[in-house]
Design a protein around this ligand. Structure first.
Ligand SMILES: Nc1ncnc2c1ncn2[C@@H]1O[C@H](COP(=O)(O)OP(=O)(O)OP(=O)(O)O)[C@@H](O)[C@H]1O
Ligand SMILES: CC(C)(CO)[C@@H](O)C(=O)NCCC(=O)O
Length: 771
């Protein structure tokens, strides 16, 4: 089967998930490079922090991952020397650094590391580091954990981040390195190594080195993919002539690994294919481990079994046989859990042991960055991976259900998958054109970077065509985020800046007159006109292909947009909103998640916000932190409001005098809105919000269309994509205005169990409620 795990690693422009796993630290974090290393019997794994200068996104830092064969420890040391030298050049020479090291090699090579690197090597316990690393990934990295089964249409099924401790403990970790350690974890900081096995990854590597001509472990695994184990394994059918149904053994079950070889004549034994024997040995090790893992879980009455260690390396056959074994032995009651950063648990744990890192995590958010454009360091076994470290994000406090999921469309349907991947592929050239224009207006002459951007994104799309869930569940949101990451990684900033600037200026010129006209309307007509204006403004969306074409040809202006947008038959209940405004208690505070710059924000949203302010409702405008398409960013919005303040007293007073108009950043850089990850300051000011307004196709259709809130909510958007319209039951350019009363408005109790934070979990080991 083709999969993300077999992507061509020699390609310099793309970070394949299994081999490049960076995790991205927030801006303004200046600190010396910190390194964690886990030197095992087979491989030395390195995790280090680097500042994220290359990226336009305001991500201040990044966790990088790489590994070397322990046999070549000197290459690893050279690599570490380079990292330290680079950091000395950038941040100034430091006094002796601390290197956090774990694994057997931290002891064995202690003196060598000390002498060669001129560092203080602090040795950390291997088992403890594995658990710290695992807990970090499970709590902090989106879609880190997944189950795997080839019998399902979609083999990889991702788990949400585990936030509550009760969900997590007790668990066992089966860490398959050279040898195997099995660790039971019952609560934060409480663990015990309950067993192990010497039949592990080193065993397979050793045996395959003996029976194949392959040079590297990866070549050996490749061989196993092509092999047929039934040529060497004795199956139940070989003994019974069919199934042994009485005890539930099918004829295809392996009765005796390698058990057919002894029957062969000595001259035929040499003809056994290396592919077949590789496959057989791989099953032998994996099946044995799944059985031991299950027995351990039984003995200790544990339901969660995580598999870690480089042995797994996202290899489908290994994962499938471990999964199958656990499912088989547990009669389907337990599922094997895998991790996308499975080989780095120990090194990550050692890294996090640097002073303050564990507490610090609570202040930070982490996102995965799949993209890197530098030439790969060829001395490493598998180059580097990336995790970006971003300012801390949190749950939006007004979501009413724990079932909240941002994405509206389930892209498990192959037709929809193809449609969306094709759509982004076809539109890519438009982004490239924008990137080129952006370069020319910034006097940057680096066509190569635009080409690399195009290349990287297209290659990611190719990966996704083969393995749609390679980077976590596929959604329109994930495709959009990936595109932004690729742009940012190549140093592109706000590539729609010129478009936004022009549209903003022209809209600001129109605004005073528009406000006058609205003010002159009879009171009962105002709301309808304001909502029409928001929907017309929302047409100015350079991210929607159809509209992009119109805008580029100059075929759209505010008036023509107003005639183009029709009211959706199915999703337009303005009257209910009007009735609520007229008869219910006045809303105290509204938050508006805004969308595009130009006419959208200036002629649509600002007059509507002004109307709410006039009615006595405070208004928070929540705009993206980072640029994406022509969405208005937090900094754009500050500028716009300051301009509006120069000619409109209502906005000026509310913003400058009374603080009744507030502007906040969402923490996002996407046209979609994931309300599980909102800037903490915004979440805090939204605690007292009783009206949530979400605007735009990305925020209110691709995402949040089904979101329910504990307070009143209003979704405003226009169908600008035919597939979205068809799937949701609307027509192209229908405007939706969806008002829904919240539990509080209906008299319900406003209460919600908040989620425990990671530091609480780590530090107190107790379950608690907090932001
Ligand atoms: N590119 C690779 N090169 C070598 N081994 C690999 C590679 N990819 C996966 N492996 C497998 O991973 C195993 C090593 O896993 P890991 O790095 O987790 O263990 P380790 O830390 O070296 O061992 P231990 O913890 O037992 O000391 C190897 O024995 C081999 O089976
Ligand atoms: C010796 C370690 C802990 C080194 O990581 C590992 O290789 C292992 O757990 N080996 C298995 C030893 C045993 O329990 O049989």
């Amino acid at each position: 089967m083709s999969s993300r795990f077999s992507f061509n690693a020699t390609d310099a422009h793309i970070i394949e998930l299994s081999k490049y796993r960076q995790i991205a630290f927030p801006q303004n974090q200046r600190r010396p490079v910190q390194i964690g290393i886990d030197i095992g019997g087979s491989l030395a794994k390195v995790v280090w922090y680097s500042q994220n200068k290359n990226s336009y996104a305001a991500t201040g830092g990044r966790l990088n991952f790489t590994k070397f064969e322990t046999e070549n420890i000197e290459k690893c040391i050279e690599f570490l020397k380079e990292i330290i030298k680079k950091d000395n050049n950038e941040n100034g020479s430091m006094s002796k650094r601390i290197l956090k090291a774990t694994g057997g090699g931290a002891h064995k090579f202690n003196k060598l590391l000390n002498d060669e690197l001129n560092v203080i090597v602090e040795t950390e316990d291997e088992m403890e580091c594995l658990i710290i690393g695992l807990n970090f990934l499970v709590h902090k990295i989106p879609y880190e954990v997944f189950t795997y089964s080839e019998t399902e249409a979609e083999p990889m099924v991702f788990e949400e981040k585990v936030i509550d401790e009760e969900e997590l403990y007790p668990y066992i970790l089966v860490n398959i390195g050279s040898g195997v350690s099995i660790i039971k974890v019952t609560e934060n900081g409480k663990f015990e190594r309950i067993g192990g096995s010497s039949l592990g990854g080193g065993t397979l590597w050793g045996l395959l080195s003996l029976v194949t001509n392959a040079q590297t472990f990866d070549e050996m695994l490749e061989l196993s993919k092509k092999g047929h184990n039934e040529n060497v394994d004795m199956l139940v059918g070989d003994i019974y002539g069919g199934d042994y149904s009485k005890i539930g053994l099918k004829n295809t079950a392996i009765a005796s690994s390698c058990g057919k070889i002894f029957r062969k004549k000595p001259e035929d034994r040499k003809k056994v294919k290396e592919e077949d024997i590789s496959r057989s040995l791989l099953y032998m090790i994996s099946n044995n481990l799944s059985q031991i893992a299950y027995l351990m879980a039984q003995l200790h009455q544990v339901k969660r079994i995580y598999f870690g260690g480089c042995f797994i390396r996202g290899h489908p056959v290994i994962m499938n046989s471990l999964s199958f074994g656990i499912r088989f032995w547990s009669k389907g009651t337990i599922k094997a859990l895998f991790l996308r950063h499975e080989g780095y648990l120990g090194a990550l744990g050692a890294f996090l042991k640097h002073h303050g890192n564990i507490q610090e995590q609570e202040l930070l958010g982490f996102s995965e960055n799949f993209t890197k454009a530098e030439r790969i360091n060829t001395t490493a076994v598998n180059a580097v991976g990336l995790i970006d470290i971003v300012p801390k994000l949190t749950y939006f406090p007004l979501i009413s259900s724990d079932e909240y999921h941002p994405d509206t469309f389930d892209l498990t349907n192959p037709e929809l998958q193809k449609y969306w991947i094709d759509t982004f592929d076809k539109n890519l050239h438009k982004m490239v054109d924008m990137a080129l224009t952006w370069q020319s207006t910034h006097y940057v002459n680096n066509i190569e970077n635009t080409k690399i951007f195009e290349d990287i994104y297209r290659k990611h799309l190719q990966v996704l065509r083969r393995e749609p869930n390679a980077y976590g569940p596929l959604s329109v949101r994930s495709l959009l985020i990936l595109r932004e990451q690729c742009l940012h990684e190549m140093g592109f900033g706000d590539i729609f800046e010129h478009v936004k600037q022009e549209e903003k200026e022209s809209a600001l010129e129109t605004l005073p007159n528009l406000l006058k006209k609205i003010d002159a309307l009879p009171e009962y007509e105002k709301l309808g006109v304001l909502i029409d204006n928001v929907l017309a403004g929302n047409m100015f969306d350079w991210g929607a292909n159809e509209v992009h074409n119109m805008l580029q040809k100059g075929e759209l202006n505010f008036d023509s947009a107003k005639t183009k947008v029709k009211k959706s038959e199915k999703y337009f209940n303005l009257n209910e909103f009007r009735e609520r405004l007229d008869s219910g208690p006045q809303h105290k505070r509204a938050v508006i998640f805004v969308d595009n710059s130009g006419a959208d924000i200036v002629l649509g949203i600002i007059p509507f916000a002004r109307y709410l302010l006039n009615r006595g409702t405070e208004v928070i405008l929540a705009a993206n932190t980072h640029p994406c398409v022509n969405d208005v960013t937090y900094t754009d919005l500050l500028e716009i409001i300051e301009k509006v303040c120069t000619f409109d007293d209502i906005i000026n007073d509310a913003y400058n005098k009374f603080g009744r108009l507030m502007i906040h950043e969402t923490g996002s850089g996407s046209p979609c809105l994931d309300l599980r990850n909102i800037n903490c300051d915004l979440a805090n000011v939204c605690e007292s919000v009783d009206l949530v307004i979400i605007e735009g196709m990305g925020r209110a259709m691709h995402t949040n269309f089904h979101a329910k809130f504990i307070c009143d909510s209003l979704k405003l958007a226009v169908f600008k994509n035919a597939s979205v319209a068809k799937t949701l039951g609307g027509n192209m350019y229908d405007g939706i205005c969806l008002f829904e009363r919240g539990e509080t408005s209906l008299g319900g109790i406003r209460a919600k169990a908040r989620r425990s934070t990671f530091s609480e979990i780590l530090e107190t080991g107790r379950f608690s409620f907090s932001c």
